[in-house]
Design a binder for this molecule. Sequence first.
Ligand SMILES: *Cc1c(COP(=O)(O)O)cnc(C)c1O
Length: 234
Amino acid sequence: MTETTRRDEIAAGLARVEAEIAEACRAAGRDRKELTLIAVTKTYPASDVRLLAGLGVTDVGENRDQEASAKARECADLNLSWHFVGQLQTNKARSVVRYADVVHSVDRPRLAEALGREAAGAGRRVTCLVQIALDDDPDRGGVRPAGAAALAEAIAGTEGLVLGGVMAVAPLGADPGRAFAKLREIAQEVREAHPGADVISAGMSGDMSQAIANGATHLRVGTALLGRRKPFVR
Ligand SMILES: *Cc1c(COP(=O)(O)O)cnc(C)c1O
C-alpha cells in the first residue's frame, strides 16, 4: 500500500475515533480537552507512527520493549510522548526508562523499585500508573484493588518516579461501564492521598465511551485507528 493511501486510512480512523470521543464527551458533559488520546501502535511500523504524528497525534503506546525501543529510536525526531502499556519484566526496566515517558502497567513494588533505580540512574523521571486488576485473570496483570493504595505510596516515594494515577483494562465478557466505575472509585482514593495523581487510563477501541462516562483521562486506542492487528507469536 502506498503511503498516501495508508495516510488516508489512518486519517479516516482518527476521524471516526474523534467523532466517538466527541459524542461520548457530549453525553457525559465533559470537555474533549480533559482527554488524551494515546495511539497504540504495537505491531504497526514506525512509518505509521510518523503518519499519526503528521495528523496531530501527540501520544503513542506500545506493549513490548523490543519493538517499542526500536520504534522510539526511529521516531526520535518527532515530538511524541511514549507510553508503555504492556506487562513488564523487571529486567526490561533499564531499556524502558530510556524512551518511556509514562509506564501504565506498574503492578508490583519490585517493578516500581527497578524502574526507579534505572530512571534515577539515567537522569530521567518516569510517570508511573498503578495498574489495577478488575478481574481475576492473572495473565492480564494488575494489582488487586485492595493493594492499590500501598503500591501508589511506594511509587510516590521512589526517586526517579512520579505517581501519575491509575490504569486498567476492562475484564473480558463483563460490562466495561461497571468495571470503569470501580476504577474511578479507586482513582479517587489514590487522589485523596496524592492530589497530583489524577490520571485515569481506561478505554480501548471497544469501550471508549464507557471509559469517558466514568472519568477516564487517557484512552489507549489501537484497532480503531490503525486496523485489526495480525496475531503474533511471542
Ligand atoms: C493493545 C492494547 C490497547 C489497544 O487495544 P485496541 O483494542 O486495539 O484499541 C490498549 N491497552 C493495552 C494495555 C493494550 O495492550
